[in-house]
Each structure stands twice: as C-alpha cells, then as structure tokens.
Design a protein around this ligand. Structure first.
Ligand code: GDP
Length: 235
C-alpha cells in the first residue's frame, strides 16, 4: 500500500520534468524573438539602454554563430557578424515583444586567428576591454570555448577584462564548452572538470558563474542555456 505522502512525492517527482519542459519552452520562445537591431565598431557607437544585455564572446570558430542561431532557432541570425567588414563589429539583437523589447544580445567579434596582425589585435583588445569593463547595461557574458581545446590565453585575457564585475556579481558568466558531440562521455566529463577548476580561480562568494557542455548538433545544453539567460533577463 502506498501512503498519501508517498503518492504526493511520486506526483511531485513525475511533475518535475513537465515543469522543466514548460520553462524551457518559454525560454526558447523568448530567444526565438531575437532580431537584428544595430551594429557598431566601438563602444561609443552602441545605443545607451536600460535593457539587460547578454554578450556572446569567443575565439573564432568556437561555434558562437552556430550557438546564437541555435538558441534563436533561426538559420542566419548571427551570420551578419560574418559578413566582410562586419567581423570586427559588435552586433546587437533585440528580444521580447516587438514594441517593447526586454533584453539585448550582443555578438562580439571573434578572436584568435593566428595570423591576425598586431594592429588588429590591439584594436580588438581595446574594443573588448572597453565593452566588458564599461558597458553599463551588461548583465551576462556567454563565453564559447571549444570543448576539445579548453581555455586559450585570449579567453583568459577576456576573463581578466570582466573579472572585477564578475567578482561583485554585477555581471554573470556562462561558459559553453562547444561541439561536445565530438567528445566521448569520458572526455566531456574531463573537459567540464578542467573548465570548472579554471573558473574556480576567479570565483568569489558573489560571483554567478556557470559552465556546461554544449552541442548545436545534439542540442545538449540548449534548454539549460535558454533558461539561464531567460532567468537572468527576467529576474
Ligand atoms: P564562430 O566563428 O565562433 O561563429 O563559429 P561557427 O558557429 O561558424 O562554427 C565554426 C565551425 O564549427 C562550423 O563549421 C560549425 O559547423 C562547427 N560547429 C559549430 N557548433 C558545432 C557543434 O555543436 N558540433 C559540431 N560538430 N560542429 C559545430
């Protein structure tokens, strides 16, 4: 015989995945509203806004455009960033109701092509440092890192730019270990552990830092990422 408490517990457990699914659906429906807003080559050209902004950053080829398109469930949204002349730009996308956007996504320039000349590298550093240190409406950073490579020196430099604001909890950080489908379960777990260890070095009591395996191919991590960003923008 099953007691009432046991039955209630069983019900609660059975309902939990359902609640999760509804929250993920809501978050993905929100992400789907993303549309191109504007593009800028430096911080001063970005519109001032009170809307919470989530910045997507990562090494070139880490899977940033694919992840943004996947989140928004749109084939070409983030590929504006790949058009010649725009690769060094910050591209803004608006989310939420058409007449009343409630958040922005910022797609920041990819970095780390080996052959990038010194001038271009210095310019990139300036744009990134300015944006990450000074953009007032910045609420969260999504850092895309190829799961097979882990953090590169430029990823670490970028984390240094934003570390003071991470430390106070003013800005959150979510690291996506991308292309997880290319790793075995064991290697995926090792990559996750290595990233967690590195992030532990910058963590503080107030910091809001997360890391997850992510794959645009298998959709691994997609629901969680959508929900994390939705919650961040709708506290
Ligand atoms: P970006 O330069 O960071 O914007 O990178 P892209 O989104 O253009 O992706 C770089 C390459 O990685 C492309 O060939 C993508 O098809 C591939 N890629 C991106 N995400 C995944 C993934 O989750 N799994 C696999 N296997 N390949 C991916």
């Amino acid at each position: 015989m099953v007691s009432a408490v046991q039955q209630a517990t069983k019900r609660a457990i059975l309902q939990w995945p359902m609640i999760e699914t509804i929250a993920a659906k809501q978050a993905l429906a929100w992400a789907h509203t993303a549309r191109f807003l504007t593009t800028a080559s430096k911080l001063a050209e970005l519109p001032a806004t009170e809307l919470p902004e989530i910045a997507f950053v990562g090494r070139s080829n880490a899977g940033k455009s694919t992840a943004i398109n996947m989140l928004a469930q749109q084939k070409r949204l983030a590929f504006a960033s790949k058009t010649p002349g725009r690769t060094q730009h910050i591209n803004l996308f608006a989310l939420g109701p058409k007449d009343e956007p409630d958040a922005l996504f910022a797609d920041l320039p990819g970095y780390g092509y080996a052959a990038v000349e010194r001038q271009a590298k210095l310019r990139w550093q300036q744009v990134m440092a300015d944006y990450l240190e000074l953009r007032r409406s910045l609420s969260g950073v999504v850092l895309l890192v190829d799961a097979r490579l882990g953090f590169t020196p430029l990823d670490r430099q970028l984390l240094d730019f934003v570390a003071p604001r991470l430390g106070t909890g003013a800005v959150s950080l979510l690291v996506l270990l991308t292309k997880a489908d290319k790793l075995s379960r064991k290697d995926g777990a090792a990559a996750l552990q290595a990233a967690t260890d590195t992030l532990g070095e910058i963590g503080t009591e107030q910091a809001d830092i997360g890391v997850t395996l992510f794959s645009a191919l298998s959709r691994q991590g997609l629901d969680d990422v959508a929900q994390t960003l939705y919650t961040r923008c709708h506290p």
